[in-house]
Design a protein around this ligand. Structure first.
Ligand code: NAD
Length: 372
């Protein structure tokens, strides 16, 4: 990791890099507004001790592409706070409130929850500067993990991608790696469309069940605090087995880089539906493409969360969010897959070209023709 900002600059951004330092409060943070041509940048606030400028920039750029691909009136940005998220709550509140005050004048950045922050933290930010998304219901927020905004988008993307992948969602076997907020809702909404969950995992292990798992029972089992591997209806297995188990749809919904050049040859599915951010390396994406496995990129398939946040920012509610997610994710999935088919390139390449072209068109409409 490096802190040399010039290394990241290209024709999209970043437009602003702000370093925040308040020694008295031990507040050290960075905000990257990558591109705000389409509108104020939305992107999460990550709190961890080992964050870096490079990580912040990469996440901000991912948000620029995701927001553009989703057709939102928002650019991309991100912020990182160098601190232990498990600190005492009172100290965390002081730090987050001080961070909010430090970005008061940075009107083209709208923070949201990310690793180490949550809707309560966003309420503190809103209380200070009236600018944040991912708020609690009491502040007019739409609790996106509770309603399963991203999981809903994944199910819609799977529905739209089925013909491109040569599968039928009705009866399709699904495996979910990471049965958390994204994974469990994706399993639930895909089940409602006729798919069958045949494998799942969490950080403590995995199970497979060729005859299918009861999604609601597995969700209740997890909600009661039990690991997936202890669910009595499946056969416990290791991660490699979960990757190699035959299915139609394999959903990564846990960590980055879980599919690499080493194991991409083992996936036995037709559609690799990316719930997690950057779940496959570049090398793996190419291997999947060569093997005829349709890999739908993260920022197309998992955009439900940020679409929900943008509806919230405009004062909309859950019904509006659900319908906008369906509309945008369906449209973008089709556009990307048609382009990938036409140009015989991996869908990620098509998606990046599509998103970058949208950002550049927005930039061309701005007076300075620049990122802001
Ligand atoms: P979460 O913490 O609710 O769930 C993650 C799940 O993955 C947990 O069940 C955890 O036990 C499991 N897990 C962790 N390490 C694992 C491993 N090595 N193998 C198998 N399972 C493992 O998080 P989430 O909100 O569901 O997010 C999951 C991913 O999706 C992250 O990459 C996140 O950045 C991305 N994402 C989330 C949203 C959202 O709306 N929450 C939106 C876009 C992208």
């Amino acid at each position: 990791m490096t802190n040399d900002a010039s290394r990241f600059s290209d024709d999209l951004g970043p437009t602003k890099i702000v370093h925040i330092y308040h020694p008295e409060l031990a507040l050290k943070a960075i905000v990257v507004v990558d591109n705000a041509a389409a509108g104020p940048a939305i992107g999460g606030t990550r709190m961890a001790e080992d964050v870096s400028l490079e990580e912040c920039f990469r996440l901000a750029r991912a948000m620029t592409l995701k927001n553009a691909a989703a057709g939102l009136r928002h650019g991309g940005g991100k912020s990182v706070i160098f601190a232990d998220p498990a600190m005492a709550k009172a100290k965390k509140e002081t730090l987050i409130r001080a961070f909010a005050q430090a970005i008061r004048e940075l009107a083209d950045y709208i923070p949201g929850p990310d690793m180490g922050t949550n809707e309560e933290a966003m309420a503190w930010v809103f209380d200070e500067i009236e600018r944040s998304v991912g708020l609690p219901r009491e502040f007019g927020g739409i609790p996106l993990d509770e309603i399963g905004a991203t999981g809903w988008g994944l199910a819609v993307a799977g529905d739209e991608a089925q013909t491109f992948a040569g599968i039928d969602l009705n009866g399709a076997r699904v495996i979910v790696q990471g049965f958390g907020a994204v994974g469990r809702h994706a399993a639930r909404f895909l089940r409602d469309k006729g798919a069958v969950l045949v494998g799942a995992s969490d950080s403590r292990g995995a199970i497979v069940a060729p005859d299918g798992l009861d999604v609601d029972q597995l969700i209740a089992h997890k909600a009661a605090g039990h690991p997936v591997a202890r669910f009595d209806k499946g056969r416990a297995c290791d991660e490699d087995t979960l990757i190699a188990t035959p299915c139609e749809i394999w959903i990564p919904a846990a960590r980055p880089d879980v599919i690499t050049g080493e194991n991409a040859g083992k996936l036995d599915c037709k559609l690799f539906l990316q719930g997690a951010n950057i779940p496959a390396t570049r090398e793996a994406e190419v291997i999947l493409h060569e093997r005829g496995i349709l890999s739908l990129p993260d920022f197309i398939a998992n955009a439900g969360g940020v679409i929900c946040a943008s509806v919230e920012y405009r004062g909309g509610g859950q019904v509006a969010a659900t319908s906008e997610i369906e509309d945008k994710v369906r449209h973008n999935t089709r556009e990307v897959l048609e382009m990938a088919h036409r140009e015989n390139c991996p869908p990620r390449e098509a998606a990046e070209n599509l998103a970058a072209a949208r950002v550049k068109r927005a930039m061309a409409l701005r007076r300075w023709g620049s990122a802001n």
